[in-house]
Write a protein that binds this ligand. Structure first.
Ligand code: GLU
Ligand code: ZN
Length: 328
């Protein structure tokens, strides 16, 4: 099997340490397996565009020593994939789902959706789209399409459940009745994260989807998309949450979260790789110090932990002292 993984950030303007951990684990796994790692920029949210975000990201990875293997050729160089340059592909693939009745247009106004939400909250129901537009006739759809704005939604099966195996969390199961008819194409014609992410993982031949635990709850929707297309599933690996020392979710309040801040404060790349490498993964023994080459050799998905990983600032300082001493 030719292993292929990806790091798929949405450009936010800085690299979060959690993003570095995801990129690093994907890189380590790819190199350990003689596979490839793809960089894919998930920039389909037009409202969140940040200038130079990608340039910054690439500069950080270059300085840290994580190199990507694949992307479209751009002036003789291999750059990352940009989803915003692949809009035609998503349009082509959404048509397949409309034709096989796995997706449908929704013309509801935001005012109607807002009212529906309020009512569901009041009645203590699950908040999800009420499928008003699923029952429109073909001729109603045709006349609406000419005059109204619309989104395209995934039709979640009425009954049954989604069951999948995550290589860290094991068996995950969720009832279809708890899943919303997810928007796949927005009113501006751009795909949502869910749709572009799945189409690209499939088209790029991604064999292992390794990402933060916050995406675990999106995975059932992704699996339903794979089913709707009739595609084989990749393997899923969800990495444990990063926590502050008091076990709350890692936040800026207790220390920096941007990799560039650590670099500019004098933390060495060797320290960051070593420290982040042990945030959720551990070696066979109690060894603490690893170069990137040694991490590549030792890394395995089997030893990724389920429980949250504490980002211990003290340990980071201690580790940096060790590497600084060895510099001299
Ligand atoms: N664009 C998502 C992010 O910002 C990607 C999540 C995934 O890897 O599927 O993290
Ligand atoms: Zn609707």
């Amino acid at each position: 099997m030719n292993i292929k993984v990806r790091f798929a950030p949405s450009p936010t303007g800085y690299l979060h340490v959690g993003g570095l951990r995801t990129a690093l684990y994907n890189y380590l796994y790819a190199k350990n397996q003689g596979g490839k790692i793809v960089l894919r920029i998930e920039d389909t949210d037009q409202s969140r565009k940040v200038d130079y975000a990608v340039e910054n990201l690439i500069a950080i990875f270059n300085s840290i020593g994580i190199n990507f293997d694949e992307g479209p050729e751009n002036g003789g160089e291999f750059g990352p994939y940009y989803q915003s340059q692949r809009l035609g592909i998503y349009q082509e693939y959404i048509q397949k789902l409309i034709i096989n009745k796995s997706a449908y247009p929704c013309f509801c106004s935001s005012a109607r959706l807002e009212k529906m939400r309020e009512l569901q909250i009041k009645n203590k129901q699950i908040i999800k789209y009420d499928r008003h537009c699923l029952s429109l006739s073909d001729s109603e759809i045709e006349s609406n399409i000419r005059v109204k704005k619309y989104v395209i939604r995934l039709k979640i099966p009425d009954k049954g459940e989604v069951l999948f195996f995550d290589q860290v969390r094991d068996r995950v199961i969720i009832k279809c009745s708890e899943i919303d008819d997810q928007i796949l194409i927005k009113a501006d014609g751009f795909p949502t994260y869910h749709f572009a992410n799945v189409v690209d993982d499939y088209l790029m031949g991604i064999t292992h989807v390794m990402r933060g635990e916050e995406w675990l709850s999106s995975t059932p929707k992704h699996i339903l998309l794979y089913r709707a297309f009739g595609w084989e599933l990749p393997k899923f690996i969800h990495l444990p949450l990063l926590l502050n020392s008091d076990r709350s979710k890692l936040s800026k309040r207790q220390g920096d979260v941007a990799v560039e801040d650590y670099l500019s404060k004098g933390f060495l790349k060797e320290t960051l790789i070593n420290f982040v490498g042990l945030l959720g993964w551990h070696p066979k023994d109690n060894r603490e110090f690893f170069s990137i080459e040694e991490l590549i050799k030792e890394f395995s998905i089997k030893r990724i932990q389920k429980s949250g990983a504490v980002f211990d600032q003290e340990k980071l300082l201690w580790m940096n002292k060790h590497y600084l001493k060895n510099l001299k």
